[in-house]
Every structure is written in structure tokens, then in C-alpha cells.
Ligand binder design. Sequence first.
Ligand SMILES: [Zn+2]
Length: 451
Amino acid sequence: MSQLDAMYAHIAAHEQSFITRLMDYVRNPSISAHGVGIGETAEWLTAYLTSLGFDTAAYPTAGWPMIVGRHHHKPGKPTVLFYGHYDVQPPDPLEAWVSPPFEPTIRDGRIYGRGAGDNKGQHFAQLLALETWLAVAGELPCNVTFLLEGEEEVGSPNLAAFVTQHKALLKADLVITADGPIHEDGTPQIEYGVRGVLSFELHARGANTDLHSGNWGGVAPQPLWKLVHLLATMKNARGDITIPGIMEQVAPITARERAALDALPLDLPRLMAGVGMSELDGPPDVPFYDRISCRPTLTINGIHGGYGGPGSKTVLPHEGFVKCDMRLVGGMSVAACQAAIAAHVNAIDPSVEAIFEAGMEPSRTSLESPFAAPIHRAIVHAQGVEPYHIPSLGGSLPDYVYTQILGIPAFVVPYANADERNHAPNENIIIDCFIKGIRTGAALVKEIGEL
Ligand SMILES: [Zn+2]
């Protein structure tokens, strides 16, 4: 029997107790937004990691504590940093749950409960994989650091500062996060990046009060028209972003990314029907997954001003506001995008004020990273399926803290089912996904230890 087969046998033999222990973990509420149960859960995790032989501490932050456990007994071997979060979303609306959110229940091969998929079931699977190694082999095949955050669900406000202040503690060769769902067709996937985001507002002003559109129309400045004209210079009708200095930042798609994007399954009619779309945004000649993974966006979140009530009101409004967000991809930076947008607004209409929020940097790890192949092999070995390779998710997560602050490659290897209903009532994890997660976690550290 190979060493990994011995691990898989141990996992199979302990399946029931692993499931029961996950349910016990989910039973502890740890709602970061409400501050419920955070301290107890952090203490429980610290004790568990310590019991596995990890050098563990809970580090206070301005918010909830960061838990760091280190098991570094393999000099010369790589160090993998596993990231997860022990906080969960508020469970509301409670009446929509079939079984109560903090009374985990098994139905139809799934464990239902808040945090079952996001993220307790996923990082606990990784922890059980390490526990399995220690039980079967008495050691881990590589050095492991575990970082568990208690504020992911409230936007990780202290993560960047914590990582910046603890670079030596967190020093690793790569980071792996098990979070989010696998593909909806059930195929596992490796995610190499996330888009960043920059939100901003444009404020246009005219007179110091609303005016009669007849008495003043034709001479008084019209803030909403100003915004419409300005916005039209920022993205054209074809769908191209036309702000100078934005598209120039975008990293070119590599040959391996091209192949990975082309290999992703796409059932466009079904996808469009699912959300009632009869057409796609442009540009029409850019493939679907390129747009989500490798292209920035400029979205108008809302335009506000003037009269929108019943009937008509012949008013000439004196101010108008628009809220926009830009999603950033690999190669782009928040600072460069902010500078480009500000310069463009100033060049087109200096009377319009641009106000920026703090953005989040994008993150992209190369598909040619030396860790990509071992991660791929581990998934194939543990699950018997070839994973998809996703160059970047469309959404934004603070992966840049690893790729930019620690300077290491970052991989997301989700274990939860696509219909895990994270953030929603009836959150769940398919038990088979949880067990596959434990097996994959065991194979991951073996493959990394052999590098
Ligand atoms: Zn979440």
C-alpha cells in the first residue's frame, strides 16, 4: 500500500467521526458581523492546532484574532501556508432555514449549517488531512503554516496589516486556500487569481439650487448631462473601456492561460436563460471567460439626481451623482487606475469631482508556477478527475496580501459543492465533497513535500 493509500484508508475508517466533528465545529456560531461566539471558536481552534503539535497562537488585531499555527519540522522542504477563515455570515433570514443554522443536520448526503461550506467544512477538511498524516506517518511531509482569520466575512479589514507585520512568521513558498465552490458540473478547479476592485463616485454640480427648466433651460448648466457625456467617454457602445491608461496596464494572456480558458465548459444559452439575459455586454469579439478572468470592467452602479417620481416635473436639477466600480485584472494596480480615471475626468470635464474609495489590488499567479503541476497531480490522485485551471475569478478577494506583500504564489483549491448556498439560508456541504477535500489535502502536502 502506498503512503497515500494508507492516508485514504485512515480517512475512510474515520469518516463518521470526521463528519461528527465537523458538525460540532459548525455548531459553534462565530458570526464576525455580530461578534457572536468568536472568542470561543478561536480558543477551540488554538487548542486543536496545539493538540496536533502546531506551535500555535491567537494574535489580537484591531478586530477579531488571527490564529497562526506552525508545524515546521522538515528543514529543506517547502513550506505551505494554508489560509482559511473561522468566521461565518449572519444566518438571517432564520425562517428560511429548513433546520436551524447552528444545529447542523444531515439530509440527502449533505451537512446543513451556517459555515458548513464557507468556510469551516473546507479548512477543517485541510486540518483533518494534516491530522491524518500525523496519525498515520507521525509527521508531515513538508512544513505547514495555518492562518485562520476571523474577519473574512466582514471584508478582512486587518489582514493586509497583519501579514505586513508578520512576514517572517508567515514566510512560506506558496499559499493554498480552500474556499468558494468547485465548478457547477462537479469538476474540481484550481484558481490562480482574483480581480481587484476600485469604486468611485462622480459628482457634477450646476447652480446652487434646482431651477425652472423653462426659465433657465438653455443657459443653466445641467449636471446630469455632464455626467452622461463624461460617462460616454469612459466606455464606448462596443463595450471597450476608453479611459487612457487603463487597458494599457492589462497583462497579456499567456499561451497556457489561453489553453486553460479555452478548456472551460460554457453553456451560454443555459447561463443566459438562468438570469434572463437576451444579450451580452461587449466587446463582442472577446471570449466569455477572457472577459471574466483577464479583462477589467467599468460598471455604472447607479446614477442619481433630479426627479424620478410620478408624472412629470419640469425641473433643472442642480446636482447629479454616479457611482461606478472598476474590476482590475493581473498587471493592473489600484493607484495607476485611480490616477488614470482622475486624469481623464479632469481632462474631459474639470467641473466634475471624482471621489475614490480604498480599492483592492488584483492578484494573479502564473499557471507556469512550479507548484501548479503538483497541485494538479494531488487533485487527480485524490479525486480521479482532471481539474479545470481558472486564471482568475471574476470577484475580488484579498489574495494580493500573499502575492504582493509576501511575494509568493497563491492558489485557491475549493472543496465545496457549487450549490453550497454560502451566505444564504440552508448553507451546506456535500459529505462526499468534504471527504474528497480531506483526501485532496493529504495528497497536496505529499506532492509539495516531494518538490
Ligand atoms: Zn463567505
